[in-house]
Design a protein. Structure first.
Length: 180
């Protein structure tokens, strides 16, 4: 009886019929976590590209010459915010989720303290009349507009430290003011 039990135990140890299931049970959770990670990092990269493009569109629109005969409070900051909001709406992102990033320490074109964020929106920091570059003493400074904001993104990666972590992605753009 003992010899039969030992032989049966040896046969069970040598057989590999259930090993594929055990290996799959060990590998599949890791594989799915990696696939979810690829998906969510792709989503984050896509949103980052979208908000960066929206900031660039806003800076470009704010730098364009302002219509002096138009009505409705047409200012550089208003044009910048409207273009930014339109770009984000097209991408199905809610501009109300944005938060102003701290104002850049950009110098004013006229000298003095750095320009404050415009009051057009509480979600985006739009600074007009910022010094973008100076080519030396006696030369004309290059003035422009700066658009900066932060947008939230929340990962969903179970069994990782990134699960339900909210990160703030910063978008910033500058453009030279056009005169014509």
């Amino acid at each position: 009886m003992l010899k039969l039990a030992i032989n049966t135990l040896r046969n069970l140890v040598r057989q590999t019929q259930g090993s594929e299931i055990a290996e799959a049970a060990a590998v599949l959770p890791v594989m799915f976590t990696v696939m979810l990670g690829i998906f969510w990092f792709g989503q984050a990269f896509s949103i980052y590209g979208t908000i960066t493009r929206a900031a660039q569109e806003g800076a470009r629109a704010g730098a364009a010459p302002i219509c002096s005969t138009c009505s409705g409070g047409n200012t550089a900051a208003t044009n910048a915010y409207n273009a930014l909001q339109a770009s984000m709406t097209i991408a199905k992102l809610d501009s109300a989720n944005a938060q102003p990033s701290p104002a850049s320490l950009l110098n004013s074109c006229t000298g003095g303290s750095p320009p404050a964020c415009s009051s057009v929106s509480s979600h985006v920091c739009i600074q007009t009349g910022v010094l973008l570059s100076s080519t030396g003493s006696g030369s004309t400074p290059v003035c422009g507009i700066s658009v900066t904001f932060q947008y939230p993104f929340q990962f969903w990666l179970p069994f990782t430290s990134l699960n339900k972590q909210k990160i703030w992605m910063t978008a910033a753009a500058q453009a030279r003011m056009e005169t014509q």
